[in-house]
Design a protein around this ligand. Structure first.
Ligand code: FRU
Length: 441
């Protein structure tokens, strides 16, 4: 046990699997004191193939215990992405006494078609029994497309029925059901690809003023309304996160009503027997901005336990900030909170380990090539909360208004260190936090 998870290039505070390849998170769910993280797993090699559902559980969203794989390939195909629910009302008839069934909805990917299936568990997701009449949906012919996959199921309270969002060809379809077995097609929204999500969020925390958010695998989303059968988008698509993050999903039945997301970090770890990692869990909120309500994403408060403040300074020149950071350039993990003052600068930013990770151009209002205007245009400040792990860097700008992910190269020994740059920039504040590995407990 002791030597597990202690390899040189193992991320310190992101979930990775002991062995093999991982991609999308699946079946994210809170039940009976445990968070469940199922995920696309190839247990045999560190490349994408032989998809199983891997499984890990956590009591705090931060420290994970890896369990045996939960779903294995069968005659319908390999186990592609999907979701899980607890059937509190026994709609599918699988509950036993007081124990409600956990029901997983997943895609079985065969050689010529992708079909939707369910399986249930009465032992907290440790073992699953597949429904004998699978598949529950087979829609290849209807869409004349092999791309029908990734069912995300949730309970629609006002209508007292189940909803499934499913990727079909060029977008997300909505299906409804009373028993998780018979599904009725209702509607379709084009313009999304893989791993659908649909959920309701209050604007600025006001439960009386909500919008529904629909997203796909790539970090773009639409806001709109939903009546249990049809999602009506209100405007075009927005971007809330970019980088090698993909196929995020949110946790069903969060105990406190937060909307928490985990995404797949498409990160490789040189010379390691595993590939891929999970993004830090982030809380999604809708907040008013100059341009209307937008999705914000920032690491959940549970992650705070990993970080200890070691230094905090204000009003620094870029040179002074760089001096302070120099001694951390070989850290395995680190968190930096910085506010960069742009008042006299047209371009400004921060290089970490030879990569330009914050790159702001005031003339064009562009941050890392994307249109972005700072929250408060009069102060012209940009704040960045930066989580540096062994093989990745996650950056949350202005409280999560925009976030992105970058791989961190480990091969060069991080010789290039840290480097604030720009003409006449000032570092309004800088906090350096040390990181505790999640594998030491
Ligand atoms: C997204 C995806 C899903 C699919 C899974 C297969 O990364 O392509 O659409 O279910 O990966 O591993």
């Amino acid at each position: 046990q002791d030597s597990l998870y202690k390899e040189k290039n193992r991320p310190q505070f992101h979930f990775t699997t002991r062995r093999g390849w991982i991609n999308d998170p699946n079946g994210l769910l809170f039940y009976a004191g445990e968070y469940h993280l199922f995920y696309q797993h190839n247990p045999y090699e560190s490349e994408w193939e032989n998809m199983h559902w891997g499984h890990a559980v956590s009591k705090d969203l931060v420290h994970w215990t890896e369990l045996p794989d939960a779903l294995y390939p069968d005659k319908l195909g390999t186990m592609f992405s999907g979701s899980a629910v607890i059937d509190y009302n026994n709609t599918a008839g699988y509950n036993q006494g007081k124990t409600p069934a956990m029901v997983a909805a997943y895609t079985a990917a065969g050689p010529d078609r992708q079909v939707q299936c369910i399986a249930y568990s009465l032992d907290k997701g440790r073992t699953f029994t597949k429904y004998e009449a699978n598949p529950i949906i087979d829609s290849k012919e209807k869409w004349n497309s092999p791309d029908t996959r990734d069912p995300k199921v949730f309970w629609y309270k006002p209508g007292k029925h189940w909803v499934m969002v499913l990727n079909e060809r060029d977008g997300h379809s909505i299906y409804t059901s009373n028993d998780l077995k018979d599904w009725k097609y209702e509607s379709h929204v084009t313009g999304f690809w893989e791993c659908p999500e649909l959920f309701e969020l209050p604007i600025d925390g006001n439960a009386k003023n909500t919008k529904w958010v629909m997203y796909g695998a790539s970090g773009t989303y639409m806001l709109g309304s939903f009546d249990g059968k049809v999602f009506k988008p209100e405007a075009g698509k927005y971007v809330y996160t970019t980088g090698p993050i993909y196929a995020a999903q949110t946790i069903t039945d969060m105990p406190d009503g937060r909307r928490v997301q985990i995404g797949w970090g498409q990160i490789t770890h040189p010379n390691m027997p595993f590939k891929g990692m999970m993004q830090l869990p982030t809380e999604l909120t809708l907040r008013s901005t100059k341009e209307g309500p937008r999705l914000f994403s920032r690491p959940v408060k549970e992650t705070e336990q990993l970080f200890t403040s070691v230094q905090k300074e204000t009003n620094l020149t870029a040179e002074r900030a760089n001096q302070l950071l120099a001694k951390y350039s070989e850290a395995d993990g680190l968190r930096l909170k910085a506010t960069i003052k742009l008042s006299h600068a047209t371009t400004a930013g921060l290089n970490l380990f030879g990569q330009r990770i914050v790159d702001y151009d005031l003339n064009y209002n562009k941050l890392n090539g994307m249109f972005y205007s700072p929250n408060d245009p009069t102060s012209m400040e940009i704040s960045a909360d930066i989580y540096i792990d062994k093989t990745s860097m996650e950056v949350f700008i202005d409280g999560g208004a925009y976030s992105y992910y970058l791989p961190r190269k480990v091969e060069d020994g991080n010789k290039e260190g840290f480097h604030f740059w720009g003409n006449n920039i000032e570092v309004a504040d800088l906090e350096i936090l040390s990181v505790q590995s999640i594998w030491n407990k």
